[in-house]
Write a protein that binds this ligand. Structure first.
Ligand SMILES: [Cu+2]
Length: 293
């Protein structure tokens, strides 16, 4: 049916397609082809009529107590932070800190979609410091491709490890006194868990956003998202608490040069009204001291 040379060609074609399949599954760097549609768009131009979205994050019911972290694996941590506490629930007077609030989607007054726009990354780097063997801040937001400057203020070695789902894994050791490291991520992702391979208790979360419309709640639970064009938005508040994080959603209208309000409530009594989280958090990988990638 097939000549000898046709069979040879068919064999070669089969081998080549197997090879290309294998490389596609290899999980290498993302190519332009894999670019998420969210990261491209028409450049956003301010009309000067932007407003704000602000609110308070509450915690209802008995607040989970912070626990003391056993830092005995590294004497440098113990001496600098003798009573280091867990930060997964930072509740004070019924208000919740470290909640990442952002515009997920929405329609501007001129009927365009917020997701259709591309926003330039701020030229100033965001900072993430390792101090007292914890991350400061605990929750950080950046725009796609914005630099994150990572510093080590401790008399010990840290090994910062970004564990994204849509961006390449990134893992760097940083000794005491080393220059700041710089990292950026090209794809939007809410949120990227960050850990230290040296100190398993060290965790932080970095929201990588296409737009600059995000904020992190302060100690008094307050937040403000600035520069929001007038429109109708779906605003999400994400908090790391719970097995996989917890997400709440609200519709907010921002009038021209006006203010929209978005108050969210987390905690035992608020759990029933909450939306199930779509975010599958990675389980914390506990890496023993002295092991580095
Ligand atoms: Cu560390």
């Amino acid at each position: 049916m097939f000549s000898k040379s046709a069979r040879l060609w068919l064999g070669l074609i089969a081998a080549a397609s197997l090879l290309s399949l294998a490389s596609a599954c290899g999980g290498g760097e993302k190519t332009g082809e894999g670019e998420k549609p969210g990261e491209t768009g028409k450049p956003y131009a301010s009309k000067g009529d932007e407003g704000t979205i602000s609110g308070k994050i509450s915690f209802t019911g008995a607040a989970p107590e912070a626990k003391k972290i056993d830092t005995s694996a590294d004497a440098a941590c113990t001496s600098k932070s003798p009573s280091l506490m867990t930060e997964d629930w930072a509740v004070k007077d019924g208000k919740l800190a470290n909640t990442f609030v952002y515009i997920k989607e929405g329609t501007l007054a001129d009927n365009s979609k917020v997701g259709d726009y591309a926003f330039a990354a701020p030229s100033a780097a965001a900072t993430l410091d390792q101090t007292g063997c914890h991350y400061k801040p605990h929750v950080l937001g950046v725009v796609v491709n914005q630099n994150i400057s990572i510093t080590n203020s401790d008399p010990t070695t840290h090994n910062i490890h970004f564990m994204p789902a849509n961006n390449p894994d990134w893992n760097q050791s940083q000794v005491n006194g080393a220059n700041a490291l710089t990292h950026k991520m090209a794809h939007a992702e809410v949120l990227v868990p960050v850990k230290c391979n040296q100190h398993p208790w060290m965790k932080s979360y970095v929201g990588v956003m296409k737009s600059p419309f995000f904020a992190v709640s302060a100690e008094d639970g307050s937040f403000t998202i600035k520069g929001v064009p007038p429109g109708k938005y779906t605003v999400v508040a994400w908090h790391e608490g719970g097995a996989k994080g917890t997400e709440k959603t609200m519709e907010v209208t921002v009038p021209a040069k006006g203010a929209g309000t978005a108050d969210f409530s987390f905690g035992a009594t608020a759990a029933l009204s909450g939306q199930p989280s779509s975010l599958q958090m990675m389980p914390a990988l506990e890496v023993p001291m002295g092991m580095k990638h």
